[in-house]
Design a protein around this ligand. Sequence first.
Ligand code: ATP
Ligand code: MG
Length: 410
Amino acid sequence: MVGLDIGTTSTRAVVGDFNEEDQLEIIGVGVAPSTGLRRGVVLNIEATLSSVSSAIESAELMSGREIHSCVLGISGANVESLNSKGVVAVAGKGREITADDIGRVHEAAKAVSIAMDREILHVIPQTYSVDAQRGIRDPLHMMGVRLESEVHIITSSVTTTQNMAKCVNRAGYKPDRFILGSLAAARSVLSSDERDLGCLLMDIGGGTTDLMVFRDGEPWYTSAVPAGGMQVTNDISIMLSVLMDSAERLKREAASCWLESIDADELIVVPGIGGREPTEIPRRKLCAIVQPRMEEIFLMAKEKLDKAGYLKDIKAGIVLTGGASLMAGARELAESVFGVPAHLGTPPVIGGLGSEYRNPMFATAVGLVLLEADAQLALDPSRGQASARKDKSRASSLGKIVTWLKDKFI
Ligand SMILES: Nc1ncnc2c1ncn2[C@@H]1O[C@H](COP(=O)(O)OP(=O)(O)OP(=O)(O)O)[C@@H](O)[C@H]1O
Ligand SMILES: [Mg+2]
């Protein structure tokens, strides 16, 4: 199982497999810089395919396996979502709801008009009603006359998906299926309690910040803010007149987006450009550049949630993931903007390799492998019983996505 996450700054490939005890292990990871994308959209095919090649080749080397295909994560500014409802009459014998009825109600809910240039990436059942009884999670074998389903539909631009697939194909690999990056990240960093109670997953990457609101275990809102860590680096480079490389290093090593925690007399060294001497500046000056940009990202996300009516639903708080969530003070700033608790989401311990993948930057790529493993376990339940039991709390409510994947692809 290979998860491929093509990002705006890096491409990551993660290889997983079941060991002799049927437990999932991560056996290889590969990372390569990515320059061919802007805000999750491919602008340069050649650059993207060479990034894909080198990430997968590194993962091949580490895992000692030959890779032919992968599960491809789709994210970025071109992803949109809507919620829809479908109703059908129960046709099963004696009015018992069958898998066929559930399939039909999903089809009915899916019948929405979407623009010609968009395609449906996922249809995720949220809740069912049987006659007057609402809020049912699994209606199979229940008795009733009328079955209603609410679903979350995620669409992406046809050209975005095609271009991503083209890069992977031309690099010599076959994309087996496309999965929304946020769903994969959710699989690797959210607990089932967080999904049940209601939370916001924020994947702050290099070029985009992907948002997903979960409530009652399922996604209800998917969106993205067109800004991320690259804008922060850009601000530092311009305001301190340093090269992008130095700005990136300053950001990672000395910046914080929570000014309150920085002493007024702390100094940092800023490299000079073009033979100029390095200078010393107060660390607070760097943080005063970084904080407004990070705050802007959180405020844009908050405004989106507020407009869509989901701000009240994030009772369990915010889970921050993606590379830019590693910025010092990100948690504190998110808590102050949203007024709810926030924490960093890191992929779980899976076994196999060391801990390289246990970093928020790997949330999506690791999640793609976890979802693929879930799908394989759903197909062959006798396999991996031990690992399924171990990871049941996380897998349970994303099981519907897996079911959907199974219906559509297998
Ligand atoms: N320690 C750190 N502190 C602050 N920022 C960091 C740190 N480590 C990485 N970053 C930032 O994280 C960003 C990259 O994150 P990530 O790899 O999740 O993005 P991506 O997946 O390539 O992009 P996207 O998801 O937007 O397409 C970069 O902007 C990088 O500067
Ligand atoms: Mg990303």
